[in-house]
Ligand binder design. Structure first.
Ligand code: B1M
Length: 212
């Protein structure tokens, strides 16, 4: 099993999309838990990519290749991660905040929420406060989920929450935040209702906020 996961990690590190797709299919066929494939194989590889970028061994092109492989791989893993949901458990608007192009973690959160029966409106990346507000106003969503990976863009979560307040919508929607640059304490500082460190905890958080 470790060897399968090790090979998966290598394919993400080298950005080998074709090989990764074969390996994920093989791992599923071999009966590996999709959550283990995701967390111990794929997410672990992306953490290593970040480490290599930080120490100057990888540059943006290597990061992009790894990110593309990761996205293709997630598309293959998606059906195994999700269970069929018959009716909507609630509506969630999601997006990566303004100035931030990172979307792999946000996509994963959306995928897991969808699998848990939530209706998702994904606004994508680089989403402005006005776009979030328009979507909340138009949809009557239960939850607004914002992702940020850069320390500089975490501030845009606060800007968006303040804009929600000015628009008179703050008490209409619960706001959750997450992403590599967000912590429990920064989540409180930006005025969010909740923080989750990973996608499965984001599902539990949304479920508990909706139950309140
Ligand atoms: Co970027 N990047 N990047 N990057 N990148 C980081 C984030 C960085 C930490 C790398 C590093 O230096 N070690 C660093 C940020 C430093 C900082 O601000 N503190 C960084 C930088 C500096 C940059 C650029 C500025 C580089 C440059 O151009 N010089 C640039 C910025 C572009 C921009 O956004 N304006 C940039 C660009 C890129 C790429 C485009 C090449 C690519 C993104 C491709 C894409 O997303 N489509 C990329 C990548 C791939 C990374 C790393 C290597 C991996 C991110 C990732 O996908 N991880 C990243 C290093 C790292 O994070 N360690 C890095 C896998 C993913 C599953 O994890 O997104 O954390 P993550 O999501 C997790 C949790 O955080 C959580 O759930 C997920 C797992 O279950 N989560 C939530 C996420 N959102 C959530 C929302 C929730 C709840 C949980 O509720 C709403």
């Amino acid at each position: 099993m470790n060897e399968i996961l090790e090979d998966l990690r290598e394919s993400i590190l080298s950005g080998d999309r074709a090989r990764l797709q074969e390996q994920i299919n093989g791992a599923i066929e071999a009966g590996l838990d999709p959550v283990v494939i995701l967390n111990d194989g794929m997410v672990a590889a992306m953490k290593e990519v970040g480490r290599l970028f930080e120490c100057g061994e990888y540059f943006v092109p290597e990061m992009m290749r790894a990110a593309r492989a990761m996205k293709d791989g997630l598309a293959i893993l998606k059906p195994s991660l999700q269970r069929a949901a018959l009716e909507s458990s609630g509506k969630v608007i999601a997006g990566t905040v303004q100035g931030d192009m990172h979307d792999i973690g946000k996509n994963l959160v959306c995928m897991m929420l969808e699998g848990a029966g939530f209706e998702i409106q994904d606004l994508g990346i680089d989403v402005s406060p006005a776009q979030f507000i328009d979507a909340v106003r138009a949809s009557g969503a239960d939850i607004l989920a914002m992702s940020a990976l850069l320390s500089t863009t975490v501030l845009n979560m606060k800007v968006t929450i303040e804009a929600l307040e000015r628009a008179g919508l703050r008490d209409k929607v619960k706001v959750i935040v997450g992403g590599a640059s967000v912590t429990e304490s920064s989540a409180r500082q930006v005025g969010a209702d909740g923080y989750a460190p990973d996608a499965s905890q984001a599902v539990a958080l949304v479920q508990s906020l909706i139950a309140q």
